[in-house]
Unconditional design. Structure first.
Length: 306
């Protein structure tokens, strides 16, 4: 998603699903971060709120690992600033009204909450309404040391998805479509976790699997990729449940692409989106993906309606 500003955010039981693919980027207020302590990591300039140093250091270390992993593969590293903020500092440094929702600003700065919050907790579904196996997986994976459920691990990994957008923007890739912008970042995220942090895969995949399983396309206002392309801003701001469904489907697709092709799918996608700067029609885009990236990537638009 490219940086933009919007003024209306729907609030309701389905707002939580917006996190799955992170609404359009928001501009920070015109302030420096000099009021916040700073961590100087290898790659990620990091600022944090009081009592959040350990969490900030852990996320910065994760980002450094992601950047170090991709640098020799892509011959590119983005410039990234990370803010790990308390509720009090959140309102000082970002215009986004919902504490806890990670978001990207100015193509370079990621904002993440420093502590558990109601927004994260709202991701926890009514387990009694889910199949027992899925409910048991959620109870096992999304859990605090005290036994309570939390979506913290899921939110932390979504920040890597946003890091993927910084690669797109700063390397001047041409994703061709809105759905490809998001699929690219989901493949970026899934590939790193599968290659380097496979123990984190359950935290990354169980929730999207649940959404795809429980929300049917016939119950949504928009469901095609053309719908997403033509109504992107409206869907993100007025139909958050619908937007979350798109994002979950694209994440599930990213997992299937990695399983079919491994890291080569992402490497090929990077090369082609960087090289092909002219707009492609649907047929040309599908052919390019099938022939030059991997057939599993082309299957996303080809089989979307099935």
């Amino acid at each position: 998603m490219k940086p933009s500003t919007f003024t209306r955010i729907p609030v309701g039981k389905f707002l939580v699903l917006n996190i799955l693919l992170l609404l359009p980027f928001l501009d920070v207020r015109a302030q420096s971060y000099l009021d916040l302590p700073k961590i100087n990591s290898n790659q990620t300039e990091t600022y944090y709120s009081e009592n959040a140093k350990n969490r900030a250091a852990n996320i910065a270390f994760l980002f450094d690992k992601v950047i170090a992993f991709y640098e020799p593969i892509l011959d590119f590293s983005p410039k990234v600033t990370l803010l790990v903020l308390s509720p009090e500092d959140w309102v000082k440094h970002t215009k986004f009204p919902v504490y806890g929702m990670p978001h990207y600003i100015d193509g370079e700065t990621l904002v993440i909450a420093s502590e558990d919050n109601d927004f994260w907790k709202s991701f926890i579904p009514p387990l009694e309404k889910l199949p027992k196996t899925l409910a048991d997986e959620i109870s096992r994976v999304y859990i605090n040391p005290d036994g309570s459920l939390t979506m913290k691990g899921f939110f932390d990994l979504l920040a890597i998805h946003e890091l993927g957008h910084s690669y797109q923007i700063q390397a001047k890739l041409n994703p061709q479509r809105k759905w490809m912008e998001e699929l690219f970042s989901n493949i970026f995220l899934h590939t790193y976790i599968a290659e380097k942090e496979p123990k984190m895969l359950p935290a990354l995949t169980i929730f999207p699997d649940m959404v795809v399983l429980t929300i049917k396309s016939e119950n949504l206002s928009y469901s095609s990729l053309n719908d997403l392309e033509n109504n992107y801003d409206k869907i993100t701001t007025e139909y958050p449940k619908n937007y979350g469904w798109y994002q979950c489907r694209l994440h599930v697709a990213a997992g299937k692409i990695y399983d079919a092709a491994g890291i080569s799918a992402f490497e090929n996608l990077w090369k082609e989106l960087k090289k092909e700067q002219e707009p492609l029609d649907d047929k040309a885009l599908t052919s390019m993906l099938a022939e030059k990236v991997h057939p599993a990537v082309a299957e996303v638009p080809l089989s979307w309606a099935e």
